[in-house]
Design a protein around this ligand. Structure first.
Ligand code: GLV
Length: 311
């Protein structure tokens, strides 16, 4: 176990009766991580650990499963693990609601300038109610939400946005759901027509910098961009420029290209809301994520197939 998980998950691990080594509360440094891995049959890790050839070598030939405590698994070289016959598992389905909730929080905060208002008051700036004061985007005045990646989390965001009377546009999916009130459009059209664009695709070589300078140019100057997926999907330098020049109105980011480092230029922008990768950080959600990761490892150790393999 590369990190200490929730108390319930730690108890679940203990009850399995296998010898366990644990990295601790903070991510272990690389050297410690490789040392911890040596001889492991199962690894329960988080998105802060890079699981690559070097790690798999360090673990050795007894390794059977790498269980990620996350739905995204861009931290893991799945091909390399699969070549060695090592299962890779993630935690799909258990964090959709929590991630969609945080996405709505960022959409609302960025649209209605919540943190600008908060800062104004904390800085003791004199103010008085005014018809033009801190005016932002009205979600309920017919705004269109563009969902890039209409999978489990994208749909959960769309369900919430419908309650705000938003119209939903989404990038085409291979699993269309006819019951949904959604219109599908390719990314360029979605960017041009949406008032809010929210990203819910995994980070892969195909989606790296999907939102680049060209994509941002397509968006409305009144539009809001929200990213609760992975930092690498957005070209941060291009976003900084777009927010500075007013090419788009505002943004909300829960994830960053150089995580846990945050580009200091982002911190200077007033029209940006930032959270430190807390999309799934609900108490019940974290219990489910940790529990599912441990259950995946336990299943493989008992000779069964894991519950949620990545492929
Ligand atoms: C969190 O970012 C996750 O992928 O679960």
């Amino acid at each position: 176990m590369t990190r200490t998980l929730t108390d319930a998950a730690m108890a679940q691990v203990k009850a399995l009766g296998h010898p366990v080594v644990t990295g601790g509360e903070e991510p272990p440094d690389r050297e410690t991580l490789l040392r911890l891995a040596a001889g492991a049959e199962a690894v329960v890790c988080t998105l802060t650990e890079r699981i690559d050839e070097e790690f798999l070598d360090a673990a050795g030939p007894g390794l059977k499963v790498v269980a990620n405590v996350a739905v995204g698994y861009d931290n893991i070289d799945v091909e390399a693990a699969t070549r060695r016959g090592v299962w890779v598992t993630n935690t799909p389905g258990v964090l959709d609601g929590a991630t969609a909730d945080l996405t709505m929080a960022l959409i609302l905060a960025a649209s209605r300038r919540v943190l600008e208002g908060d800062r104004l008051l904390r800085e003791r700036t004199p103010w008085v109610w005014g018809p033009r004061m801190l005016v932002g985007l009205d979600l309920s005045a017919g705004a269109t939400l563009g969902v890039v990646g209409y999978g489990r989390i994208g749909r959960a965001v769309a369900r919430r946005a419908r309650a705000f009377d938003m119209k939903i546009l989404a990038t085409p999916t291979s699993r269309p759901d006819d019951r949904d009130e959604v219109e599908f459009a390719e990314l360029p059209e979605l960017l041009e027509r949406s008032d809010v664009v929210t990203l819910h695709v995994p980070l892969t070589p195909d989606t790296r910098h999907l939102i680049d300078a060209g994509a941002l140019r397509r968006m409305k100057s009144t539009a809001v961009l929200v990213n609760t997926a992975r930092g690498g999907i957005v070209d941060e330098s291009a976003l900084i420029e777009a927010l500075r020049t007013g090419e788009i109105a505002s943004a909300g980011l829960d994830v960053f290209e150089g995580e846990p480092q945050v580009n200091p230029e982002l911190l200077e922008l007033d029209n940006l809301v930032l959270t430190p990768h807390i999309g799934s950080a609900g108490t019940a959600t974290r219990e489910r994520m940790c529990g599912l990761a441990v259950a995946n490892a336990a299943a493989v150790l008992s000779g069964a197939a894991p519950l949620t393999p990545v492929k």
